[in-house]
Design a protein around this ligand. Structure first.
Ligand code: PHE
Length: 376
């Protein structure tokens, strides 16, 4: 049962959607997202998936006899904002759980607060291992970068037949640093050669010095574990230097902006991610149809799919907990097993991570094309 005496309890009185005088109880779930700023494509997409999930769950009666209310706040893709927002969500909005973020650096910023105030947090898509290491209240519904790094190292060696590679890492992004490390470990362990490593910082726009050094090293491919804005510019500037070798990255490349900014330069490039709308399963097909109908024909990407699943997993745990009490919901989340979502089956391992398949995507004719799926 819902415990009405708990301070963090989020039972708000909201007017019924019908507009009738009767009020109904809602359970508040908070979301912090990069709805504007440099990674707006991530936040927007993840948010839309989350909204769709909450709407569908409410149509099916909500949870514990209450409607679910999603309280979302924008961190503008800025460092420092997520901690402030999450505090506000917990203390002012009295949310019972938190969804977010996409980018690992921002999940790492908010997670210690969720942990300290015993408010379960699910990151839909932060893949850096450190995120869930923050503590027992922090979960994710996606794979982690040791797996993603392995997938791309093997793909480069076995499929692209690349032996000598360059790595170009964003040193100000926990995600980039981690993914670079796991990629290098695996690529070298399989006998590949990391001929040169170069660095940049989030927000950089000129990569000429790094690319010139990489060109001189004579590599067969460049691994860029970064986010789409920089990745697209790096591809463009590599082509301007007449480098025709493939560039490839991880899930941070996933956004329509990659192709918008990168144009011709990203043709023949590859990245790994969590899901492809082109995968022909009933769950994915149904999700794609409902998402398109809800959001003006837009095709959902990986962040949308993971945002959708993060809300589903949170609500499933509240239902199983039978209460909105933080520790009880945490325990139910930790016990999540065989939850069927659009990104596959979520089972929380002992480290509160989900192990799931990755997909490799190629940019071809200005479109994202599914190449292969790699089992965990
Ligand atoms: N995995 C990235 C991170 O941890 C974020 C991301 C997820 C980007 C999914 C795109 C798609 O920072």
């Amino acid at each position: 049962m819902i415990q009405p005496f708990r301070p963090l309890l989020a039972l708000a009185l909201a007017a019924a959607v019908s507009g009738s005088a009767s009020a109904e109880e809602t359970i508040k779930i908070g979301e912090y997202a990069s709805l504007t700023g440099k990674e707006a494509a991530f936040g927007q997409s993840s948010h839309k998936g989350t909204v769709l999930a909450v709407e569908e769950l409410n149509q099916r009666g909500g949870v514990l006899g209450c409607k679910i209310e999603l309280v979302t706040d924008d961190n503008q893709s800025k460092q420092g904002e997520s901690a402030t927002i999450v505090k506000k969500l917990i203390f002012r909005e009295k949310v019972i759980g938190i969804l977010g973020e996409v980018a690992s650096m921002r999940s790492l910023e908010a997670a210690p607060l969720c942990q300290a105030y015993k408010t379960p947090m699910i990151s839909p898509s932060s893949t850096n291992p450190k995120v869930t290491e923050i503590g027992s209240y922090i979960f994710r519904v996606c794979f982690i970068d040791p797996f993603q790094g392995t997938v791309m190292a093997k793909f480069a060696k076995d499929t692209l037949k690349i032996h000598r590679v360059a790595v170009l890492t964003s040193v100000s992004s926990a995600y980039s640093v981690g993914l670079a490390k796991y990629f290098k470990q695996r690529f070298a362990a399989d006998g590949g050669e990391i001929a040169i490593e170069q660095k940049f910082t989030e927000g950089d726009k000129d990569f000429n010095a790094q690319l010139t050094a990489i060109k001189a090293a004579g590599v067969e491919g460049i691994f860029v574990p970064g986010y789409y804005t920089e990745a697209a510019l790096i591809c463009r500037q590599a082509r301007e230097l007449d480098m025709k070798i493939p560039l490839f990255g991880g899930d941070g490349w996933e956004a329509p902006e990659l192709i918008k900014i990168g144009g011709e330069a990203v043709e023949g490039c590859y990245y790994s991610t969590h899901y492809s709308p082109q995968v022909d399963t009933p769950a994915v097909k149904g999700f794609v149809e409902r998402f398109k109908a809800r959001f003006g024909g837009e095709t959902p990407d990986a962040m949308a799919a993971l945002g959708y699943d993060s809300a589903g997993v949170m609500v499933d745990a509240i239902r199983r907990a039978g209460t909105t009490d933080g520790p009880a919901v945490r325990d139910a989340l930790a016990a999540t097993s065989g939850f069927e979502g659009v990104t596959g089956t979520t089972t929380m391992d002992k480290d509160r991570n989900a192990s799931k398949a990755a997909v490799v995507i190629m940019v071809k004719d200005g479109q994202f094309k599914f190449v292969q799926s790699v089992a965990p």
